[in-house]
Design a protein around this ligand. Structure first.
Ligand code: F6R
Length: 615
């Protein structure tokens, strides 16, 4: 996710900003840049580079040989994780105003940027990037009448969406303006210096005294002073916080592992995945990146999904969604099989390639094979500008934020949300009524809250995890939408705890694998209060009759499955089409805590890589 660092003080700003940006590397990014005030040139100088901070440092060494001069004492820097526009140098921050006098770094999303951009272009502003942020730089120039604070406030008044920003101006060599709405900004107040950052890990090497901005605060920061006001310019006071934590604790947000942090980020990841995409009044959703007209959407008569691992299981949920909500026949195939099987692609087939990283070799090859056969291919990726996103040229981003833990968690739930939004679009073009569409869209609006309620069950899940942590084999069962959820639960457990786990359709168990059950093999059964529940309860009894302990994942308040299980994990009630989301989160937490009790290296399991770029 994007990171901001700004410095004003007595030290060389280049060094402080670069070391701050390095501290933010753990958040994931794809390009970086900085803008410094040069007193020799009496202007802002900017250097940006695609890729790692090391690349930015070499660019600075060549393009700005005097970068270590002591008179560089003011600047802002940024690590960008692409959202609007690919990770290119032109899209990297800082963005400059048309006259080059103002530099802006920004985290968040300006939702009305397209309208603002159109208006600014009509007024003669020239845009050099595809980002939403660049409108802010031009707006500051447009609003500037000699006071940088007022110009930034007036610019922000026009903006809808979220922001954490830092702005510098070449006529204000002693000043940084910072502001926040929905995206964090902290200000470290040192001795005759201040550091502004989106994350305190960039600050605490210099000072432990930090002020956090609230939403709609604007801070006027000099080396000696800090004044905070509301957007309406009413002064406000914010407490100074003393930070005790160490850097490792901060990078993981206080969690022991990235995986746990990412599990807990799911309310926010889902909120980001659905933001601006739900049209409740029309009972549908809007996914601009599809680039398909209504007529093209209505012409699609078959969907083919290719993906690997967790993304494949999300794709399996997609099959249920497209068939249930849109009546569209849907095939799902492991990408490695798709690429070599000579798949049948008809002119009215839409292919979906699902990949968190967008770099999985088998999925890339499947996309290329489908494109060769003339298919329309949509990429459903998390990483903006990744190979699959570029190859397909159209698709839907998850906006789940960087996933660092090797085991995929928040990407899965965001993938299901995106597939649900797609299925609603195709459904509304076919057989889904307006009132049903509205009901589904309303439920999607609730998704972040459903997930937040699910996370509250963590304490109870931990107790169950401890009880079963010494198992050597486990089964996961489910039917309907819970079938892919069972497969994903087993995958999560085996990859991080090294327990041998198998996911099965609840009814399929008795066609063979039931022979493996005994008192040493616990069975996790996804049995929320949905169609098929009573049949799954019968399957639970079959397991108990073979001596297995059964852990039921059941809806809060529904006690029907209780007498057939040994332990129960509660999930919040929700409509069937979203039910895999809380159930899989329950399984993520169970796998995590079992692996933790077993002392496994959760963020880097043996033999696994985050992105599988080989066949
Ligand atoms: C499991 C996991 C993997 C990935 C798979 C595909 O937790 O992370 O199974 O889901 O390697 O990766 P992407 O989605 O990046 O194509």
């Amino acid at each position: 996710m994007c990171g901001i660092v700004g410095y004003i003080g007595q030290r060389n700003a280049t060094g402080v900003i670069i070391s701050g940006l390095k501290r933010l590397e753990y958040r994931g990014y794809d390009s970086a840049g900085l803008a410094l005030y040069s007193s020799r040139r009496q202007a802002l100088v900017r250097v940006r580079a695609v890729g790692k901070i090391a690349g930015l440092v070499s660019r600075i060494e060549t393009d700005l040989p005097d970068h270590a001069d002591p008179d560089y004492t003011l600047g802002v820097g940024h690590t960008r994780w692409a959202t609007h526009g690919a990770p290119t140098e032109a899209n990297a921050h800082p963005h400059l105003s048309r006259n080059g006098e103002f530099a802006v770094v920004h985290n968040g999303i300006i939702e009305n940027y397209a309208a603002l951009k159109e208006r600014l272009i009509r007024k003669g502003y020239i845009f050099t990037s595809e980002t939403d942020t660049e409108v802010l730089a031009h707006l500051v120039e447009e609003c500037y009448e000699g006071d940088l604070h007022c110009a930034v406030a007036a610019a922000l008044e026009q903006v809808e969406g979220t922001y954490g920003i830092a702005v510098v101006g070449s006529r204000h060599q002693g000043l940084i303006i910072a502001a926040r709405k929905g995206s964090p900004i902290a200000i470290g107040a040192g001795q005759s210096e201040a550091i502004v950052a989106s994350d305190i890990s960039a600050i605490i090497g210099y000072t432990k005294q930090v002020v956090f901005l609230n939403d709609e605060d604007i801070a006027t920061i000099t080396a000696e002073t800090l004044d905070i006001a509301s957007l309406k310019n009413v002064p406000v006071s914010r407490a100074l916080t003393h930070i005790d934590s160490n850097l490792d604790q901060i990078e993981k947000g206080g969690f022991e592992h990235f995986m746990l942090k990412e599990i807990h980020e799911q309310p926010q990841a889902l909120a980001n995945a659905i933001r601006g995409r739900l049209l409740e009044k029309d009972g549908t959703t809007r996914l601009g990146g599809m680039q398909m007209t209504s007529a093209e959407i209505a012409r699609i008569s078959h969907i083919s999904i290719a993906a690997c691992g967790t993304s494949y299981y999300a794709g399996m949920v997609g099959k249920y969604l497209f068939e249930d909500l849109a009546g569209l026949p849907t095939d799902i195939e492991q990408a490695a099989e798709f690429r070599y099987r000579n798949p049948i692609i008809e002119p009215d087939t839409l292919m979906l390639a699902i990949s968190q990283s967008g770099e999985t070799a088998d999925t890339i090859a499947a996309v290329r094979e489908a494109l060769r056969k003339g298919a329309t291919v949509l990429g459903i990726c998390n990483v903006v500008g990744s190979t699959i996103a570029r190859d397909t040229g159209r698709g839907v981003y998850l906006h789940a934020g960087p996933e660092i833990g090797v085991a995929s968690t928040k990407a899965f739930t965001a993938q299901v949300a995106v597939l649900a939004m797609l299925a609603i679009i195709f459904g509304r073009a076919r057989r889904l009524s307006g009132s049903k569409g509205r009901e589904l869209v309303r439920e999607l609006t609730r998704a972040p809250a459903i997930v937040a309620a699910m996370l509250e069950e963590e304490g109870a899940i931990k107790v169950i995890a401890e009880k079963y942590a010494r198992s050597e084999h486990m089964f996961y069962l489910g039917r309907g939408y819970m079938y892919p959820a069972a497969l994903e639960g087993a995958l999560k457990l085996k990859e991080i705890s090294y327990i041998h786990a198998e996911g099965y359709h609840a009814a399929e168990l008795k066609h063979g694998p039931i022979a493996l059950l005994d008192e040493h093999v616990p069975v996790v059964v996804a049995v929320p209060d949905l169609p098929g529940k009573s049949k799954t309860i019968s399957n639970m009894q079959e397991c108990r009759a073979r001596g297995s302990s059964v852990i039921a994942i059941a809806t809060s308040g529904d006690d029907e499955a209780i007498s057939s299980c040994n332990d129960v994990i509660r999930v919040p009630r929700c409509l069937e089409f979203l039910a895999p989301i809380p159930v899989v989160i329950a399984e993520q937490l169970l796998a995590y805590h079992i692996a933790r009790f077993r002392g496994c290296p959760i963020d880097q399991p043996r033999n696994l890589a985050k992105s599988v770029t080989v066949e």
